[in-house]
Design a protein around this ligand. Sequence first.
Ligand code: FEO
Length: 165
Amino acid sequence: MLSKNMEKALNEQINAEVFSTYLYLSMAAWFHSQKLAGFGHWMEAQAREEWEHTMKFFHYVDERGGRVLLGKIDAPQAEWESPLEAFKAAYEHEKYITGRIHELVALAREENDYATENFLQWFVTEQVEEESSTGRVVDQIEMVADSRQGLFMLDRELGARGRQG
Ligand code: FEO
């Protein structure tokens, strides 16, 4: 059985993961509006991953005899100044989520909730990947700087996410 504190914190994380889904969908919509379909595709794949994270928390709370309670989801930002600004925002968002996961681990330890601490380890590892993948695209955009051709090539590369063998 989850403690009330842990249940509340996990429910708040469900909200944060749904918001992440929403944020990346918003970024996908913005990239599509900029005619950068590859970037848009990458963000759609990212949004799907966030939904998977949401459902992992959802099922975990349920499995531990907790009650999933859904709160209000804030509207995400809709416009960014450039692809670089959008990806920098994604990278910052992942760092924020990493901080939240670490706080959950600290709470699980405080509560001697070993099962939740163990469950959260998957997310600790996942956040290393999440920061690395968004940070890598920031670096790549910075490398092509203002080159339209470079951006076009990058758009094609990002459009291949999840489509390669
Ligand atoms: Fe659910 Fe991108 O971390």
